[in-house]
Design a binder for this molecule. Structure first.
Ligand code: AMP
Length: 426
């Protein structure tokens, strides 16, 4: 019997870790500069949190949740997205108390029972940001700029912002009525899900993936054509703000995000190289969400980005980082001294010990092949000196032949040099 990672999940292998860590470091660094603090919420929540916020009729809630009952009969769900948990935590811990705007970010796994395909997994990873407390369109612009800056610093070239407005409670009823009016006569051409949606939540028809429904949806009026004055002004201000920041965007009237809590601004960032699954991420405003979750009415906006998607289009960094120092010994007494020295060198740099029996030349060759910058020689003759803090160090940067490069060094001085080197080169 052999095991495999469950369908739709994947191991992040050692050779991939450097790419993940670099992207995560970029995310953390940009979030910090934009004034966002990290929040970590549980990987599972009460099922009703998602049903109420993401929406009963959304694909996520209807088809994609990993829901289970715990031993006390509570219904729990592995989080399919990050916004509802963050807003839940915001309300629960009164995080907005005493400030106008609370800026939070998260990074971690999400779970959706989707049909696995290129760029779609059942456990995938997102980072995201939420700015909660302000209805000012300048915050929408700032959130989009935060996203584009992360992508820029992650090394992504051409990505484009698609922008839309889905209106709010004031203008939505007119849009919903228009959808009903346009589609009621075409009922027979809709998929069974959409027939139900036509009754319960016609807006959901706009993100149906069935080709026949997509075709019909493309022909019906868009939310942005029904905006009330306040929503129109908001949308205009976001456009102006993006243009002023020099961000290239286009209005995509068909952009609806498959989640109920969105109001006004909706956006996605796409990358040409990704084909059908080309959204790196997206987000929008959710001015009614905090109140929906039992908190005081508090506007908010955020985005989520797919880490796997981003990593699939950026250059991969070198996976394995070679040791900076290798200690070479081949003597039982040397072994003990080498172990102690190794522990000390590892306070400042990546280091390994090639001990045990073996020919001196072979050990040098192995150190060289490992990509080490320095070999510390600790054969029989050197043991006493090392005990006194004098090291015999060979600089391997010029290869093995260069005898000039072998020198006696004071341990402290060598450690300082390593410290400086690591600071410079990592
Ligand atoms: P969403 O929350 O659906 O708007 O997703 C935001 C981003 O997360 C998408 O643009 C993708 O980059 C990523 N994403 C969403 N679902 C998946 C999935 N099943 N597998 C991999 N990445 C995903």
């Amino acid at each position: 019997m052999t095991y495999k990672a469950p369908k739709g999940t994947h191991d992040i292998l050692p050779e991939e870790s450097a790419g993940w860590q670099r992207l995560e470091a970029t995310v953390r660094s940009v979030m910090d500069r934009f004034g966002y603090d990290e929040i970590r919420t549980p990987l599972f929540e009460e099922t009703t949190l998602f049903a109420r916020s993401v929406g009963e009729t959304s694909d996520i809630v209807k088809k994609e949740m990993y829901t289970f009952t715990d031993k006390k009969g509570r219904s729990l769900t592995l989080r399919p997205e990050g916004t509802a948990p963050v807003v839940r935590a915001f309300v629960e811990h009164h995080l907005g108390r005493g400030r106008d705007l609370t800026k939070l970010y998260y990074l971690g796994p999400m779970f959706r029972y989707e049909r696995p395909q290129a760029g779609r997994f059942r456990q995938f990873h997102q980072f995201g940001a939420e700015a909660i407390g302000s209805a000012d369109p300048a915050v929408d612009v700032d959130v989009i700029l935060l996203f584009t800056r992360i992508l820029e610093e992650a090394g992504l070239g051409a990505s484009s912002v698609a922008l839309n407005s889905v209106g709010d409670a004031a203008c939505r009823p007119r849009h919903v009525a228009a959808i009903r009016e346009a589609l009621a006569p075409r009922r027979d051409a809709l998929c069974p899900d959409c027939v139900e949606r036509l009754e319960r939540n016609p807006l959901r028809i706009l993100d149906c993936k069935v080709p026949a429904c997509r075709e019909l949806a493309a022909a019906i009026p868009s939310a942005i054509d029904f905006l009330c004055d306040a929503c129109r002004a908001h949308e205009g201000a976001v456009e102006e703000g993006l243009a002023a920041a020099g961000i290239w965007f286009r209005i995509d009237k068909s952009l609806v995000r498959g989640i109920d809590y969105y109001t006004r601004t909706a956006f996605e960032i796409h990358h040409g190289a990704l084909g059908a699954q080309n959204a790196l991420g997206g987000g929008g405003r959710y001015d009614g969400l905090a109140a929906e979750l039992g908190g005081p009415p508090t506007p908010g906006i955020g985005f989520a980005a797919g880490i796997e998607r981003i990593l699939s289009v950026v250059d991969k960094p070198t996976a394995h980082r070679p040791p900076v120092v290798v200690i070479l010994s081949n003597d039982a007494d040397g072994e003990v001294v080498a172990r102690r020295l190794l522990y000390k060198i590892r306070t400042v740099a990546r280091a390994e010990h090639f001990g045990g029996e073996g020919h001196v030349t072979k050990k040098f060759r192995r150190a060289n092949e490992a990509g080490a910058r320095f070999a510390v020689i600790l054969f029989k003759d050197e043991i006493e000196e090392v005990r006194k803090g004098i090291l015999t160090v060979k600089d391997l940067s010029a290869g093995l032949q260069d005898q000039e490069k072998q020198r006696k060094r004071q341990e402290d001085e060598f450690l300082n040099e390593l410290r400086a080197l690591v600071k410079r080169e990592g």
